[in-house]
Design a protein around this ligand. Structure first.
Ligand code: NAD
Length: 505
């Protein structure tokens, strides 16, 4: 696509939408207490999109007070699970009913290709809320095996006020991964979107209100991480804080908890995930598209991106040749509002520069650049990067060790199965991994040996809503989104012991 065509289509849709830009506290949109705002940009053009409330610690206090009040009055926490389910199902239905508006909002705010947002992000957001809502009235407590002298019930109760801090790469979906289980289990929530991408969540909060979620049960406080995020992390009246973001920032939440009220901290963090292609992998024309999906999907701005391709030397040359051809032919870079686009802009200029810095480091460390490696469509003002592949890298290079969070694939050859496992596991991260092999025994051996929260066999997969998603090592800290396991994070386990002795009639 020509630059001028990009410029023509990239703002399409914005005029039709009335963005929600204020904080959502106690069931209403409110300005930041001191009236300040910040400018959110459209990554496709680098131009200002909208002014958003720049909240501060005082706004977090307001939101936590509203959440605490709603929790203690029991307007939500004391409802029966089936009543909570009804409200959350209405919320999911409203997300579906407004999906086109939410999709355009998300694309203009984040630069994610509209085809992906329409097909995946927004439908999955609704599906996530629905899944947890549907689960909640089918869960039973336990009766302990005490004998007749006592009855002991083991029950789960909502933890109270949940704080959540989320990243910009899947703004609506990451919010739903927290809100689904936290609200379904009866908590009240204060959530902070990433500064770059607050708009879809603010609209979702309004839809939750429309669905009948009582005021104060969901509060959205946009603003800078080091102010609003830190205020949530330190707040003495928050019981659990759930964070998704970088390992570097996640670490701080543990300090803040220790320094404040020992709130429970659950962390979903970064990754440097391996895709291992064994000598006996399935035909390369079948697996090449999966390998590229795993690294280029969402511009590589994906915590579980398969950024290290660890390939048996006997398959390396043919596989890399296929990947390079497909990277240029199939992965079209362009305006994210265009249905043909598969790679939109990176989220900010600063992030683009950071990724370009890694590309330079790869060159200097001696990896062989075989695709991309440069900025494109500069005339648009957007933050576009050509999909990039480095071949013949080693696992010691920076491009193999650090999370790049961009469309950059690093190829590392190996000779033996033991070597493949050693390279794959030689990382501080452990979020996801995949192995490609047609040998069942190798598949089982590798799936057990790979130290990651999710291992895909002959696929790069995060599972579905029924499977937990969390990280080993520095990719997580007790955090599991999705599945029934996500509920444990937001509930307390209580024993009720009833003495049955005495008072015989
Ligand atoms: P980030 O850590 O910079 O920011 C995440 C959130 O924390 C944002 O809302 C930000 O405003 C806030 N924040 C920033 N500084 C803070 C501070 N000092 N105190 C409190 N909060 C603060 O991450 P990002 O750049 O938004 O997102 C990319 C990262 O998220 C990557 O590392 C990626 O791997 C990770 N991620 C992980 C998962 C997962 O499920 N494991 C999913 C998506 C993204």
């Amino acid at each position: 696509m020509e630059v001028r065509d990009v410029a023509r289509t990239m703002t399409r849709g914005a005029d039709a939408i009335q963005f929600r830009t204020s904080a959502w506290i106690d069931g209403a949109f409110v300005a930041a207490q001191d009236g300040r705002t910040y400018t959110s940009e459209n990554p496709a053009t680098g131009a200002p999109l909208v002014e958003v409330a720049l909240c501060g610690a005082a706004d977090v206090d307001r939101a936590v007070a509203a959440a605490r009040r709603s929790f203690e009055t029991g307007v939500w926490s004391d409802l029966s699970p089936s009543e909570r389910k009804r409200t959350l199902l209405r919320f999911a239905d409203l997300i579906d009913a407004n999906r086109e508006e939410l999709a355009i909002t998300e694309t203009l705010d984040s630069g994610k290709p509209i085809v992906d947002v329409r097909a995946l992000d927004i439908p999955d957001t609704a599906a996530t809320i629905r899944w947890h809502a549907e689960a909640i009235d089918k869960l039973y407590g336990q009766v302990a095996p005490t004998g007749p002298s006592a009855v002991a019930m083991i029950v789960r109760e909502p933890a109270g006020v949940v704080g959540a801090v989320i990243p910009w790469n899947y703004p609506a979906l990451m919010a739903a991964w927290k809100l689904g289980p936290a609200l379904a289990t009866g908590n009240s929530v204060v959530i902070k979107p990433a500064g770059q991408t607050a708009l879809s969540l603010l609209r979702m909060a309004e839809l939750a209100g429309e669905a009948g979620l009582p005021p104060g049960v969901l509060n959205v406080v946009p603003g800078p991480g080091e102010v609003v995020g830190a205020a949530i992390a330190r707040h003495p009246d928050i019981d659990v804080v759930a964070f998704t973001g970088s390992t570097e920032i996640g670490r701080r939440f543990l300090h803040h908890s220790a320094d404040s009220n020992l709130k429970r901290v659950v962390l979903e963090l970064g990754g440097k995930s391996p895709q291992v292609v064994m000598a006996d992998a399935p035909p390369l024309d079948q697996i090449a598209p999966k390998i590229l999906d795993a690294i280029f999907w969402n511009m590589g701005e994906n915590c579980s991106a398969g950024s290290r391709l660890i390939v048996h030397r006997s398959r390396q040359a043919e596989l890399v040749e296929r990947l390079v051809a497909a990277a240029t032919e199939d992965w079209r870079v362009g305006d994210p509002m265009d249905d043909e686009t598969r790679i939109g802009p990176l989220v900010t200029r600063g992030h683009l520069e950071r990724v370009l810095g890694y590309i330079e480091a790869g060159r200097q460390d001696g990896a062989r650049l075989v695709a991309g490696g440069r900025r494109v469509l500069e005339g648009t003002g957007g933050h576009y990067l050509a999909p990039t592949i480095f071949d013949d890298a080693t696992n010691q290079m920076r491009i193999a060790r650090e999370e790049i969070f961009g469309p950059v694939l690093t190829v590392i050859p190996f000779d033996t199965e033991a070597e493949a496992i050693a390279i794959a596991n030689d990382t501080p991260y452990g979020l996801a991994a995949s192995v490609y092999t047609e040998n069942l025994r190798v598949a089982h051996r590798m799936a057990r040996a790979l130290r990651a929260g999710t291992v895909g066999v002959n696929a790069y997969s995060e599972g579905d809503l029924s499977t937990p998603f969390g990280g080993y090592k520095q990719s997580g800290f007790g955090g599991h989104d999705k599945s029934i396991h996500a509920h444990d994070q937001y509930t307390e386990l209580k024993t009720i012991w009833i003495d049955m002795t005495g008072h015989e009639s």
